[in-house]
Ligand binder design. Structure first.
Ligand code: MF3
Ligand code: CO
Ligand code: CO
Length: 293
């Protein structure tokens, strides 16, 4: 497929940014793997209020980083802005030190910056953002023992690659998926709605990376597919459940590969990707977004 933009390449990763010892860390920091979460995905009103606070910090951090997405900025500078914003709110950036797959290094930064054909988990580095780049920022705050997780897509400068339809379809697919999360349904209804909406516009919804239960655990074990996974993933949606919806929508083929950094995932055909993510809670009346600034 015609691209018109240079492929992403690995840049230089800056030294670890410090976090004051006064800020509590999630349990996994400094460990080879996260502890297994066994307490489920339905939370008390008190826990949900804490997730709302963490979600608001994450959403405000996303806004702040998004304001700085422009041609000429490095993804490392975007990380610095997100890192400092989260610390200034007495929270910990959940991705910093998050354990990787066996034998792989932990994630080294306060956010994921995934540019153009990078589907997800891009590592902030010396890469310079160019005019028209499709920049996904995924940032998570850990505060008071819980995580709030969100992601947004920003086009740097002028939309020279004609990515705005892709971005708007990803935004709308996310909101339609969220609205489908009604009590009594199976979680696989969410991805069915997302995949259908993307396909109507000629786009694919990535199957290999999913939403997840979130709260006291960053990734609880509950999986929220962004495609029609029925009859699998038939967990019943119930009031008090908290999870993310975070579809990655691709202009071309979703076939993907991971770089040898153990994190960065790219489309094989180099096609552009857009993503949005919210942390939501299900109430008796339906879904409610917790990642609101
Ligand atoms: N925030 C990402 C998500 O939506 C998590 C990325 S894990 C990382 O689940 F280590 F890559 F940061
Ligand atoms: Co995220
Ligand atoms: Co997430």
């Amino acid at each position: 497929m015609a691209t018109g933009y240079a492929p992403q390449t690995k840049g230089a990763v800056s030294p670890l940014r410090p976090v004051p010892s006064s800020i509590p860390r999630p349990e996994y920091v400094g460990k080879a793997a996260s502890a297994r979460w066994t307490a489920g995905d339905v939370h008390s009103p008190e826990t949900i209020e804490r997730i709302r606070v963490a979600g608001r910090i994450a959403a405000q951090a996303l806004e702040e980083v998004g304001r700085h997405v422009a041609p000429g900025v490095t993804t490392d500078e975007l990380d610095r802005i997100g890192h400092e914003f989260i610390l200034d709110h007495d929270a910990y950036p959940s991705t910093l030190g998050y354990p990787g797959a066996a034998g792989r290094p932990p994630f080294p930064k306060a956010l994921c910056s995934s540019v153009n054909e990078v589907i997800c988990h891009g590592i902030p580095d010396s890469t310079v953002v160019r005019d028209g780049d499709v920049v996904k920022i995924d940032i998570t705050a850990f505060k008071d023992g819980v995580h709030g997780d969100n992601c947004g897509t920003f086009i740097a400068g002028e939309d020279v690659h004609g990515a705005s339809e892709l971005v708007e379809v990803a935004r709308e697919a996310t909101m339609r998926g969220i609205k489908a999360a009604l009590p009594g349904r199976a979680v696989n209804v969410i991805g069915r709605v997302i995949e259908k909406y993307a396909a109507r516009h000629g786009f694919e919804s990535v199957r290999d990376y999913t939403g997840h239960g979130v709260g006291p655990a960053f990734h609880s074990g509950l999986v929220i597919p962004h495609y029609d996974a029925a009859p699998r993933h038939d967990d019943e949606i119930v009031p008090g459940m908290v999870f993310t919806v975070e579809p990655m929508i691709v202009a071309g083929s979703q076939e993907n590969e991971e770089w040898d950094d153990g994190w960065t995932v790219v489309t094989r055909d180099g096609s552009l990707v857009a993503q949005f993510e919210h942390t939501i809670v299900v109430t008796e009346d339906g879904p409610e977004v917790l990642t609101i600034p």
